[in-house]
Design a protein around this ligand. Structure first.
Ligand code: GLC
Ligand code: CA
Length: 565
């Protein structure tokens, strides 16, 4: 397989609203990012993925764009943005922008025009339908509650919005829409950006006729219609057109956000010769702690064997015929250490274990801001502290419409709200975690006095420095980038272990995903070898890992020195 720069890169995601506030208005901004570029360089990341900074009325914190070629007022100006990208490039860090083109804001000039009349030149930029039997054109649910259709008085028709009603879906069947998207991509690429993260990109092609979805949730009037708009009939055609018109002209990192993806389809999209994008974000591992067929709020305990199955399906599924991304959290997910580790007694050990997991798999690792500090979920006392539109809509629906107990619903938010990831970055033990000198737009997690960047930078044993070493190792060891992954101890309920093999090199990764102390019992071919420790989250004696007792959340990576036989 040909080697590309983004294969041995590590990406750091910035959610600008919550990263750093440069002017004291309580909202993170570009100036704040500029002030922390040295921090990113100290961590050693190669790429920053910046969540949307475009003009937006912020119904969904920037994922509702009203001008693709300008910066959100609260975040600064294009001049600030240029200073930021220059500062990144001077430090050898590339910049990936968020491309949100499944939908726009309803305040985008295209939509403002489109809703004026049925014969407006922009009408066909969006998806309009006449009422059916006096109601919505079909039974699709919006991801953020209620119907996916909004009635518009002026013309007496409905428009489709898979997300909030302020995020109307673009009509990708219209070649003019596609040409607009390619033009705005070129515009940013000419400003020097190094790639795009493509928001819900596998939803842009809808099945013609927009059929009703089957009834899955009998408690709701509206149903999940994913089979009619996920990996839709023209998706590959559109992506190949985008490749031909835009992507092929530059050397980019492109990553598609793609719920309900399969390895076979992902291989079509990311194949090194015939694909169109560098990699995808798949979601199978994000669904392991949700009751089958239920919305994400209905949690269930996840099992390590399921995580192994999903991980290996993707590791082997894309080996030599695509490329993986590797992540455990982002701005839409709970904090990784709270969800997959232990955010109490073993927070530091388990955060390092999870880091070892994501960084030692084949695929490009993504770090979400604060993950490198082991930041945790937050449990706000009441709904008034939540800000996320998805959380607020869900609370209203579950409490006001379905009559669920507010305490139970708050418990669901504590586990799964997107605001868990959106509390301000914890820079120091100063007021508001050093995020702002004003009043933060969302409350800081009260644990900032103990968990913060100043503390982490000063402690050589911190989670931060562990990430820094993992990144250094990836840069130095091709086996981490290219090694073939094979599971060891496949059925062990607490230990995840795998080897990575590339040319004459082999690594053995041993991860105890529990607070227990299991015994490592290796298969024969791994016993007859010598081992060197590459990185570990506890002090360990040199020598053979076989028949050793692992400590809670212990993670060890060994270089297997060729067989003694
Ligand atoms: C993606 C984004 C999420 C946003 C949604 C609609 O899933 O990551 O934050 O709400 O798309 O744009
Ligand atoms: Ca600000």
């Amino acid at each position: 397989m040909s080697q590309r720069w983004w294969q041995n890169s590590v990406v750091y995601q910035i959610y600008p609203r919550s990263f750093a506030d440069g002017n004291g208005d309580g909202i993170g901004d570009l100036r704040g990012i500029i002030q922390h570029l040295d921090y990113l360089q100290a961590l050693g990341v190669d790429v920053v993925w910046l969540s949307p900074v475009y003009k937006s009325p912020n119904d969904d914190n920037g994922y509702d764009i009203s001008d693709y070629r300008d910066i959100m007022t609260e975040f600064g100006t294009l001049a600030d943005w240029r200073e930021m990208i220059d500062g990144l490039h001077q430090r050898g860090i590339k910049l990936v922008m968020d491309l949100v083109v499944n939908h726009t804001s309803d305040e985008h000039p295209w939509f403002v025009e489109a809703r004026k009349s049925k014969d407006n030149a922009y009408r066909d930029y969006y998806i309009w339908r006449a009422p059916k039997d006096g109601g919505e054109p079909n039974n699709w649910a919006s991801f953020f509650g209620g119907s996916a259709w909004q009635f518009d008085e002026t013309t007496g028709e409905y428009y489709l919005h898979l997300f909030t009603k302020k995020q109307p879906d673009l009509n990708w069947e219209n070649p003019k829409v596609r040409a607009e998207v390619y033009a705005l991509m070129h515009w940013w690429l000419k400003q020097g950006v190094d790639g795009f993260r493509m928001d819900v990109i596998n939803m842009i092609s809808k099945v013609p006729g927009l059929p009703d979805a089957p009834i899955m949730d009998a408690d709701s009037r509206y149903q999940f219609g994913g089979q009619y708009f996920i990996n839709g009939p023209r998706l590959l055609e559109f992506l190949h057109e985008m490749k031909r018109e835009v992507l092929s002209k530059y050397d980019l990192l492109t990553v598609g956000e793609t719920p309900l993806m399969t390895p076979d389809y992902a291989s079509l999209v990311t194949h090194p010769d015939t694909g169109c994008l560098s990699m995808l974000f798949e979601f199978e591992h994000m669904d392991l702690d949700t009751a089958p067929g239920k919305p994400k709020w209905f949690s269930q305990p996840w099992s390590l064997c399921d995580l192994k199955d999903v991980t290996m399906r993707w590791q082997t599924g894309l080996a030599n015929r695509g490329w993986n991304s590797s992540y455990l959290t982002n701005h839409d997910q709970p904090r990784a250490v709270s969800r997959f580790g232990d955010d109490g007694e073993y927070r530091v050990q388990s955060a390092k274990l999870l880091a070892t997991f994501t960084h030692l798999l084949q695929g490009t690792p993504y770090i979400y801001q604060g993950e490198e500090l082991g930041m945790t979920n937050v449990a706000f006392d009441g709904i008034e502290d939540y800000r996320d539109v998805e959380s607020l809509n869900m609370y209203r629906e579950f409490v006001d419409e379905r009559g669920l107990d507010p305490q139970i619903v708050l418990g669901m938010l504590h586990a799964k709200s997107r605001d868990n990831a959106r509390t301000p970055m914890q820079w120091s033990a100063a007021a508001h975690a050093g995020f702002t000198t004003g009043t933060p737009w969302i409350k800081v997690n009260p644990n900032y006095t103990a968990i913060n960047a100043a503390q982490a930078l000063a402690d050589p044993d911190s989670i931060f420095h562990y990430y820094r070493r993992l990144i250094e190792l990836r840069h130095a060891q091709p086996v981490i980038v290219h090694g073939v992954t094979e599971l060891v101890l496949a059925d062990h309920p607490q230990i995840m272990a795998f080897t990575r093999t590339w040319q004459a090199e082999r690594l053995l990764v041993i991860l105890n995903f529990s607070r227990e102390t299991p015994l490592v019992d290796l298969p024969a071919d791994l016993i007859e070898a010598d081992y060197e420790v590459m990185i570990a989250n506890y002090p360990i004696d040199p020598g053979h890992p076989h028949r050793s007792i692992l400590r809670p959340y212990e993670a060890r990576v060994y270089l297997v020195v060729r067989h003694r036989l």
